[in-house]
Design a protein around this ligand. Structure first.
Ligand SMILES: N[C@@H](CCC(=O)N[C@@H](CS)C(=O)NCC(=O)O)C(=O)O
Length: 344
């Protein structure tokens, strides 16, 4: 009996040590700095992350960084944005130059494991496609054999491109360029026949970057989607609590949409009788404590940034120049894949 008590006490000591150990050093650094450092794409991607002449960043990805900042600091603007190329982005997380990457990074097994990173969710279900000038006269990716194709290095895009052409017994000449604005410039200057990347980035390029006198209508995105590109926030492996906050900030935006909580009605929703809404908004406390943030964390995200649907529509959807359909990114309740685990 005595032995059992001693063993149990030893076991409890281990358990009680597990608590503080999980509040890792990345979160401590972010809190001490009073600012979250988010990596974004150099040159920007319309709708996802673009910077104006005043240095102000906007877009869907920026809104997710802002949501995390709201959960951490009660203020959505405590974020510094660091532009990175597709090749620099993961090293920048590994080295601590940025706390996280909120670029358009595809969640894959090797990135999640061998690179020492963690993907905390999927904010956008994307897939790879091809952008061509209409004057090329091509209607399908199957007609691209022999084409010169602009592509960014260090991307899933580069790998899928090689797989797709090999599988279809076609040849191509890659033009590999690191910075996305330089890829676009090369494509529009005719240095390549085709530009390939995530379909959402192609839609952004077509809507926002075509140099006049040519317009949107002079270009076509081919119908084939040749890969799965689930885009997610990336953090360093090892600080579970920081990863949890990044993960649940996105889930809170999705849960808010599911329960009809918007930036416009969130104060009214504080009076709701719905127990789920009361938990999300912190009227019934407990969720903030469990996550290690203020009980008003999700309220603040929705109040300052909006729910997932609001940011999607404003930046990418019908309220934006991109006019991208929600498609796979509809909530599961509307036939889509976006599904947040319950906040409880
Ligand atoms: N989703 C693909 C392609 C991403 C990609 O090529 N992104 C370009 C712009 S379209 C870039 O510069 N990305 C920087 C970033 O995602 O942070 C991947 O993760 O490899």
């Amino acid at each position: 009996m005595k032995k059992f008590v001693v063993a149990m006490a030893a076991g409890m000591a281990v358990i009680s040590q597990a608590g503080p150990a999980s509040a890792g050093k990345d979160l401590d650094v972010v809190k001490a700095r009073g600012q979250l450092v988010c990596g974004v794409a150099v040159g920007g991607i319309a709708g996802f992350m673009t910077v104006d002449s005043q240095g102000k960043w906007t877009g869907m990805n920026v809104d997710i960084c802002r949501g995390i900042s709201a959960a951490l600091f009660g203020d959505s603007e405590k974020v510094k944005y660091v532009p990175l190329t597709s090749q620099q982005r993961f090293t920048a997380v590994q080295s601590g130059e940025v706390d996280m990457v909120m670029g358009n990074a595809t969640y894959t097994l090797t990135r999640d494991t061998a690179l020492g990173l963690d993907f905390t969710g999927i904010f956008y279900y994307d897939g790879q496609s091809f952008l061509v000038p209409k004057k090329l006269g091509v209607k399908s990716a199957k007609e691209l054999s022999g084409a010169t194709i602009c592509v960014a290095p260090g991307t899933t895009t580069e790998l899928n491109l090689a797989d797709y052409f090999r599988a279809n017994k076609m040849s191509f000449k890659p033009v590999v360029i690191e910075k996305v604005d330089e890829i676009r410039a090369a494509f529009f200057a005719g240095r390549c026949d085709v530009y390939t990347t995530d379909a959402s980035s192609l839609a952004a390029t077509r809507a926002a970057n075509v140099p006049p006198p040519r317009t949107f209508d002079d270009f076509l995105i081919l119908p084939e989607i040749i890969s799965k590109e689930p885009l997610g926030p990336v953090v360093r492996h090892g600080d579970n609590q920081f990863a949890d906050i990044v993960r649940w900030a996105l889930y809170a935006m999705l849960e808010a949409e599911e329960y009809g909580i918007t930036s416009q009605n969130v104060d009214e929703m504080l009076k709701s009788d719905n127990p789920a809404i009361k938990r999300i908004l912190g009227v019934t406390p407990g969720m903030g404590k469990a996550l290690g943030v203020d009980e008003k964390w999700a309220y603040t995200i929705v109040k300052l940034v909006g729910n997932y649907g609001e940011t999607f529509e404003r930046n990418l959807g019908m309220g934006s120049p991109l006019k991208i359909e929600r498609g796979l990114n509809k909530l599961w309740t509307q036939g889509g894949l976006q599904y947040a685990p319950p906040i409880r």
